[in-house]
Design a protein around this ligand. Structure first.
Ligand code: ZN
Length: 119
């Protein structure tokens, strides 16, 4: 394995570990439902939230992990009951990711946050 490739794999593992820690915090501290790569795609992830009474949460999917591996792009989705609620959830998600050393950017008005690097 080439050195850069090995370095990149290490980074991916570290990025996912940090995202898992951020999700643990969202779940324990704020009671937010989280799905860390447990569903295949966002359609399935959103169905789980829709069937859940509290209907709010943050997620990434197996497809997102594949995309991270293939193109280095990683987005985390969130869903709230209302627009205001979704905005609050987005702030909590970004704070949690920042506390775990991940740099983020919200892509316009979409219900997702892109991870753009690590500190
Ligand atoms: Zn699916």
């Amino acid at each position: 394995m080439r050195t850069e490739q090995r370095e990149e794999m290490k980074n991916i593992a570290q990025l996912l570990r940090r995202a898992h820690c951020a999700f643990g915090e969202l779940s324990e501290r704020y009671g937010i439902a989280v799905q860390a790569g447990t569903q295949c795609c966002s359609t399935c992830a959103l169905t789980v939230f829709r069937n859940n009474r509290n209907k709010r949460g943050c997620y990434w999917t197996m497809n997102d992990e594949i995309q991270l591996d293939e193109s280095g792009k990683f987005s985390i989705g969130f869903v709230g009951h209302t627009k205001v609620h979704a905005r609050e959830l987005c702030s909590l998600l970004q704070f949690a990711l920042h506390r775990h050393g991940l740099k983020t950017k919200r892509d316009g008005l979409s219900n997702s946050v892109d991870i753009i690097g690590m500190r």
